[in-house]
Design a protein around this ligand. Structure first.
Ligand code: GCB
Length: 637
């Protein structure tokens, strides 16, 4: 149940018609336990949270769909700009074959039932060779039957659709969603049929100046329905959100929100059977309840060395919500990051959401996620991954939770966003909220990042600070960071890298992307002489360092850029340089695997791939992989 308070927010937060979502405001208690809780207005996504939706029982709508390209958006508008006419509207609940058989003069210029087939989830780049570089609108259709039990409510839940989705079920428009990396759901109770449902999704990958990420990035767009689609049935009143975490080393805190007509003043039972823990609490008239429980002494804390997860249950209103949750604390102490009270050095690696293989199409199954994370953990000896540059799918974050890898999670506030436009800020805030609400039960997630390499300006600083404040409101139990840039100066005979970004002050953990020795004039042998001038009082991560190499290109005599030897030497010299920085708390080099990027077109060497991977696209290890693995083995001692 949510409280709405549209009058409680400034006008610009209510949207100006460009945002496809209606803004709901839920008053959220600031979660700093022990302090008289202040109350803050937080933008929340429309629709249910459906926390741990991936573990709910439901019907998978993955598998075979049909699709139809629509580069001129013929199904979205008429040729003079008005509404699309019959015969063009892919989303109508019309059997085109039957209709045209009945009426010989009926004119239809689409037929979703007869369109090409594709197996989802995957990006359309994988559907057919001619889809490889398609950007724009594609219509998808799924026909399915459903079981409907009396008194149940049904939700259609999309793991992610990149970039914009508009959804119809049986000819009824359910709504739309912007943002290619976070989940959304629509209630379909009363619209769903037992037989012959027709689900149509208009997926548009085209981005503009107000989009997040912007049109220009350094990775493949991968338009399409890229994550699972499920039909989830729940009781009339159900557990929409439950957040289970250690608020501090002694306190287990649980927040629960019920959705439904009888969510107020209702008994809720929270339990962790493996710990023999069971508590009841009553919701308030807003349907929300909070428990604080002394941490049982026998609890086994989650860590990369011992990624212990507990089954947690919330029972209320005929609903039984479950998740698998690790318990741990993450905080900072001066220059250190503390995990469960102990300093931890983050031995990390960055990765994109792109599976291994010659022709990836963002098919991140649990197996594909594990394959990537096994290279990181087993291969490199990592305890940390930066999931760049957008929220990765639940399969990846769950795998990190289960395998024991700390996670940096980020939203795609990347490079050049419309920082001075309130609509862009609104989108970023919603994406951040959607990401945090999805993943704040994951012990693996240690850091929320609010952006990457964003250009300094007053508007940008205000924008980024707002996001930092949102993180603190939605989840004060984790660390907030952002990947920042530095400037190179000279001090007498040696180069100095200076952190001039005022955002550093607002973060718990500073993070820097640095490419000395790859971009710019520095020679590799000179890197260790570079001095880093960064504020000393808090932990500093290097969120990116990296150099490109084509697997198998060897130049042992005179290593040049793109040879394996150059990349390996780059890693040796870079690690020597960074090791001298007193508050150096971890690193996630760029990047685990070569990844597709349309920006990278040098024939033979790149051919559309960014070659900074430590392994090739098929998993072939380059020399630098061993250099980093050896260094991590030393650090782990
Ligand atoms: C960066 C970006 C990353 C790029 C990388 C590169 O700084 O954050 O998205 O892919 O550099 O390879 O240049």
């Amino acid at each position: 149940m949510r409280l709405t308070g549209p009058d409680a927010v400034p006008d610009w937060m209510k949207g100006d018609g460009r945002m496809p979502v209606r803004i709901l405001v839920r008053w959220i208690m600031a979660m700093t336990l022990g302090i008289a809780a202040p109350v803050a207005a937080q933008m929340m996504p429309e629709g249910p949270v459906l926390a741990a939706a991936d573990l709910r029982e439901g019907q998978s709508l993955d598998g075979e769909w049909t699709y139809s390209i629509d580069p001129y958006r013929d199904g979205a508008a008429g040729f003079h700009g008005g509404p699309a006419g019959e015969g063009h509207r892919r989303y109508d609940d019309t059997d085109v074959a039957a209709r045209t058989a009945d009426d010989p003069i009926a004119l239809y210029e689409y037929d979703m039932d007869a369109s090409p087939r594709a197996v989802l989830p995957e990006s359309w780049t994988g559907h057919a060779p001619e889809m490889r570089h398609y950007e724009g609108l594609v219509w998808y259709q799924k026909r399915f039957d459903a079981e409907i039990a009396p008194g149940e409510r049904q939700f259609l839940r999309f793991g992610a659709v990149n970039y914009h989705a508009e959804v119809w079920l049986n000819g009824k428009r359910l709504g739309e969603h912007e943002g290619g990396f976070t989940p959304f759901a629509f209630e379909v109770t009363g619209v769903l049929r037992t037989e012959g449902n027709r689900l149509v999704v208009g997926v548009d990958s085209q981005r503009d100046a107000l989009s997040i990420p912007p049109p220009v990035t350094d990775w493949e767009t991968y338009g399409g329905i890229t994550r699972p689609v499920r039909l989830i049935a729940v009781s009339e009143t159900f557990v929409d959100d439950a957040w289970v975490r250690l608020a501090d080393r002694d306190t287990l805190a649980v927040d629960i929100v019920l959705d439904g007509a009888s969510g107020a003043e209702r008994e809720v039972v929270f339990s962790i059977p493996e710990l023999g823990l069971r508590r009841s609490v009553r919701t308030g008239d807003d349907g929300a309840a909070r428990l604080t429980i002394a941490v049982p002494p026998e609890v086994e804390l989650w860590s990369p060395d011992s990624p212990r997860l507990y089954e947690v249950l919330v029972e209320a209103g005929g609903d039984r919500w479950r998740d698998r949750v690790g318990l741990r604390t993450i905080e900072t102490d001066g220059p250190h990051i503390l995990l469960n009270g102990e300093p931890v050095f983050l031995r990390g690696i960055s990765l994109h959401e792109e599976e291994l293989g010659e022709d990836p199409a963002r098919r991140i199954t649990p197996e594909a996620a594990r394959e990537l994370l096994t290279l990181a953990k087993g291969g490199l000896g990592a305890n940390f991954v930066r999931l760049a540059h957008y929220p990765h799918g639940e399969a990846m974050v769950r795998a990190a939770d289960e395998m024991g890898l700390l996670v940096w999670s980020e939203i795609p506030v990347y490079w050049r966003i419309a920082f001075d436009d309130p609509a862009a800020l609104e989108k970023a805030r919603l994406m951040l909220a959607e990401n945090i609400l999805r993943d704040r039960n994951r012990a693996a997630v240690a850091l929320w990042s609010v952006g990457n390499e964003t250009p300094l300006s007053d508007a940008r600083n205000a924008f980024m600070r707002r996001l930092v404040d949102d993180v603190r409101t939605l989840d004060p139990h984790r660390l907030v960071t952002a990947a920042l840039l530095t400037e190179q100066e000279r001090d007498g005979d040696h180069p100095v890298m200076v952190m001039g970004d005022p955002l550093a002050q607002a973060l718990d953990v500073m993070a820097i992307n640095a490419y000395n020795g790859w971009y710019g004039p520095d020679r590799l042998a000179d890197l260790p002489a570079i001095e880093w001038r960064v504020p000393p009082g808090k932990p500093l991560l290097f969120s990116e360092v990296g150099a490109g190499a084509l697997a198998g290109l060897h130049q042992p005599e005179r290593p040049g850029k793109f040879s394996e030897e150059y990349q390996a030497e780059y890693y040796r010299q870079t690690l020597a340089m960074l090791s001298q920085i007193p508050n150096f708390a971890g690193i996630s080099p760029w990047i685990l695997k070569d990844f597709r990027s349309p920006r990278r077109q040098r024939p033979v060497i790149q051919d559309g791939w960014n070659r900074k991977g430590l392994v090739s696209e098929t998993g072939e290890r380059k020399q630098a992989f061993g250099v980093l693995a050896d260094w991590y083995a030393e650090r782990a001692r």
